[in-house]
Design a protein around this ligand. Structure first.
Ligand code: MCN
Ligand code: CUM
Length: 796
């Protein structure tokens, strides 16, 4: 036997930019999304939403809706209550109304559902439901909610006498106070990160199918975490867990929007149980934008204690978070404000202290981490805006100030000021690569020249390090369920394989990259491996895909299960080669005899032997499962640099160049990684330049359609120059990979805003809140004042 070691790139292993296998069906229109699921006898559900942001429900009359031909069921909160389903628990230890019973608490809240032969009948019938509301004064920002005579939004909660949800703190208060006493200079900053929405192309939806004969409930749904949903349905609806099958088919983008549990899911499930027929609910765009998991909406202020030579001595941060009417953030349940305390992790700062206050308002619940590992986006945005402000106050160059305060390469493992442990990175090197690429010195000269001619050029730097891969089960759990993930690998006798994980791709390309990890570990060509996710009846238990945890956790499990398979294959190889196991060596795709390297067997031959020629006493077959509990988070790092030109007359700003230097450790598929970065940068640009969901003084949501909530098209989107030369492998991940899915969306926004602020340096303006719209820039230039701090309430 003379099999040879394989060329890893040729078999689609680690580092291969193999084309995404899932795209074959997506670009042919052959994807299978929730709305593509059509079952015999299926009915359709539509939701009636509240027109008012805050009102007592005096009565609901559904008789006219029931009378519409083709209507099968009208659900109200009162009916849900008979099943104990009018309220449901949230992932952050609060409760959320499924269908309103006592009050409505935000515009767009679910009040009733109609189930009919088709969605049009259901929608028409919804309009015939008569709800008698008694309007109450709405609260549209935290400050209103904190006023002493403010109406209590959550009067359903025993002991809730105001609108404060929590006060939380982390860090070293005394140490931070001391740092401020020793400071030569204290720099301050206050800003608002506006409410935005992940806005995937596909809205949320479900098809619930309860079969009375088999007692089995099958739900096709748009969820990023099918196993958690199964557990939640089992507990909330009190159904036996083995009788519940959750299937996430193809997902048309998630970006965090599809992590929470929504009333529509619950109502379609109950409707199917009551009617014993499949019930489909597909949300429309306005429903998606107005009622499902928004992001951010957070006020941040803080100060930095500085020594005059530029050393950062300490940081204080405070955040007021507007959570809407229910505290339903999707995050590890014990962290009230997500992982906001990852702020300043890349800087060597002796002491820091963060206080956070959460407030109920009459807005949709959520606070989902839109493309970010639980509030890291807000943390990094504040960090990089604060760093820029401090450098300006000190009169030190932006880049230099960052470099002198970075954690150095030989400082790892490093305890961050809020207590995380970072383990690897080359921060200064990433910055150098970025500065060289943008030609920093030259740009500064050009900028000075341009200024003489009255033109405003600016350069913004942002860095980010993100805690990705929640998490190790010691510290991370969701409602007590510990966080880890899994992979199951079955090698067929011909050496082909099927791999399943507890994660769930929504566009990230898991079907492509997981096969590459197996190819790397076993030498089986990636094209020979099918990857399946999202069906709780077949996939091993996992916590799902969000917070870029898939590669750090499920991806690690893929490597570990492959190694288990390799260990068994080694025994089979020794048997086939008639030597002892200790004499067998491994190279990609092949075992060989140490003393006679030309004698070897391929992994495929071992697979066949597992079914046809195993040694005495060996269990047949070649399959295994691995559960992976990561020892730590992974800590990717990035530097983003933007240059802009601002038009003085109009406030319009154009991106001249954008350079991105991402270090996510070992890249499994460089092309997919670049796609993730470009997508994230585009979302960052959108948040910085055009997106926000705002509310008028009456609590009406402005931003519930794409005329008001803007998505950048190819026309607006800047070009990006990506750099991949810095690679710091993760020391604890089996293949050295760190997460990447959200980095650019996390770190990007501050680079754009910093660039505009740099252009406006001469005006003395310190802050313009996102989105940095031309009218805000114009106002800042014209009146030489900050455009910030104020809640964006529109009076028109
Ligand atoms: N990858 C790689 N090498 C690395 C790291 C990652 O090749 N060192 C690959 C992975 O194998 C995977 C992709 O890049 O195919 C993203 O991996 P990872 O960083 O592990 O992130 P997740 O797979 O967990 O994806 C979640 C992340 C999140 S939380 C949001 S939000 C987001 C994002 O991914 N939503 C997305 N990117 C998205 N991309 C698309 N197209 N659609 C979404 O909804
Ligand atoms: Cu943070 S949005 Mo993603 O975690 O699904």
């Amino acid at each position: 036997m003379t099999t040879q070691a394989l060329d890893e790139i040729k078999i689609g292993g680690l580092g291969s930019s193999r084309k995404r296998v899932e795209d074959d069906r997506f670009i042919r229109g052959k994807g299978n999304y929730t709305d593509d699921v059509v079952l015999p006898g299926m009915l359709h559900m539509e939701i009636l939403r509240s027109p008012l942001p805050h009102a007592r429900i005096k009565s609901i009359d559904t008789s006219k809706a029931w009378a519409v031909p083709g209507v099968h069921l009208v659900l109200t909160g009162e009916m849900m209550a008979t099943r104990n389903l009018a309220w449901m628990p949230t992932l952050s230890y609060d409760t959320q109304a499924v269908l309103a019973t006592d009050k409505v608490r935000f515009q767009g809240q679910e009040v009733a559902c109609v189930i009919a032969d088709d969605p049009y009948i259901a929608k028409d019938a919804c309009e015939l439901i008569e709800v008698d509301y008694e309007a109450l004064p709405p609260i549209v920002n935290p400050w209103q909610g904190l006023e002493p005579d403010a109406p209590v939004i959550r009067d359903d909660k025993v002991g809730q006498d105001g609108n404060v949800i929590y006060n939380w703190e982390v860090g070293d208060k005394a140490g931070t106070d001391r740092a401020f006493e020793q400071a030569d200079l204290v720099s301050k900053l206050e800003l608002h990160y506006p409410r935005s929405h992940p806005s995937p192309i596909e809205c949320c939806g479900s098809v619930a199918d309860f079969n009375r004969a088999t007692q089995k409930l099958t739900v096709y749904m748009t969820t990023q975490a099918p196993h958690i949903i199964r557990a939640a349905v089992a507990m909330v609806a009190e159904l036996p867990e083995q009788m519940i099958r959750i299937i996430s088919p193809d997902i048309g983008g998630g970006f965090g929007n599809k992590v929470p549990v929504y009333p529509g899911y619950v109502c379609s499930i109950l409707a199917s149980i009551l009617l014993e027929r499949p019930v489909k609910w597909i949300e429309d765009k306005t429903g998606n934008l107005i009622s499902t998991g928004f992001a951010r909406d957070i006020y941040l202020k803080g100060e930095m204690a500085l020594r005059k030579d530029g050393k950062i001595l300490g940081v204080r941060m405070h955040t007021d978070a507007d959570h809407g009417a229910f505290f339903s953030d999707a995050q590890p349940s014990k962290f009230k404000i997500g992982l906001m305390h990852s702020a300043f992790a890349a800087y060597d700062i002796p002491a820091a202290h963060l206080t956070a206050r959460g407030v109920y308002t009459n807005k949709a619940p959520g606070g989902v981490a839109y493309r970010c590992s639980f509030r890291v986006t807000e943390a990094m945005f504040f960090q990089e805006r604060m760093v820029q402000a401090a450098a300006a106050d000190l009169g030190i160059d932006q880049a230099e100030f960052r470099r002198m305060n970075f954690v150095r390469d030989d400082d790892f493992p490093h305890r961050t000021p809020f207590g995380f442990l970072t383990d690897s990175g080359q921060y200064a090197k990433c910055l150098d690569v970025g500065l060289k690429a943008i030609d920093y010195e030259n740009f500064r000269k050009e900028q000075a020249e341009a200024r003489k001619q009255g033109r405003l050029l600016g350069l913004g730097i942002s860095t980010m390090t993100e805690p990705l891969g929640a998490g190790n089960s010691r510290e991370y759990d969701i409602l007590g369920i510990k966080m880890f993930d899994s992979a199951e690998l079955k090698i067929h006798m011909t050496g082909k394989a099927i791999l399943r994980t507890g994660a769930k791709s929504q566009g990230q390309g898991h079907e492509t990259t997981w096969a590459q990890i197996v190819a790397h570990e076993l030498g089986i060509p990636a094209d020979d491996i099918t990857v399946e996710e999202g069906d709780t009846d077949t996939a091993p238990f996992g916590m799902g895909t969000y917070a870029s945890r898939s590669t750090p956790v499920a991806g690690a499990a893929v490597a570990m299960v492959s190694r288990k398979i390799r260990a068994k294959a080694r025994k089979l190889a020794a048997h086939l080669l008639e030597v002892s196991e200790e004499d067998v060596e491994w190279e990609l795709g092949r075992f060989y005899v140490r003393s006679a390297p030309q004698r070897g067997v391929s992994i495929q031959e071992c697979a066949m032997a597992a079914y046809s020629n195993m040694p005495d006493g060996m269990e047949p077959g070649l399959e295994n499962t691995a559960y992976y509990d990561p020892p730590n988070l992974t800590w990717p790092f990035a530097v983003y640099i933007v240059t802009v030109e601002v038009d003085r007359e109009t406030g319009v700003w154009d991106v001249l160049r954008m350079v991105a230097v991402d270090d996510c450790g070992v890249r499994i598929n460089p092309m997919i990684v670049e796609g993730q970065i470009m997508g994230g940068l585009t979302e960052a640009y959108a948040m910085a330049s055009m997106q926000f969901i705002t509310f008028d003084a009456d609590g009406n949501c402005v931003g519930s359609n794409y005329m008001d909530y803007l998505l950048p098209s190819a026309w607006e989107t800047p070009g990006y120059e990506l750099h991949s030369e810095v690679v710091t492998p993760c020391p604890h991940h089996p293949i050295g990979a760190k997460g990447i899915g959200e980095c650019a969306a996390v770190g990007g926004p501050a680079a754009f805003v910093n660039a505009v602020m740099d252009a406006l340096e001469e005006t003395g303006v310190r802050n313009i809140d996102m989105p940095v719209l031309p009218d805000r820039v114009w106002e800042a230039i014209t009146y030489r004042r900050d455009v910030s701090g104020a809640p964006p309430i529109r009076q028109d």
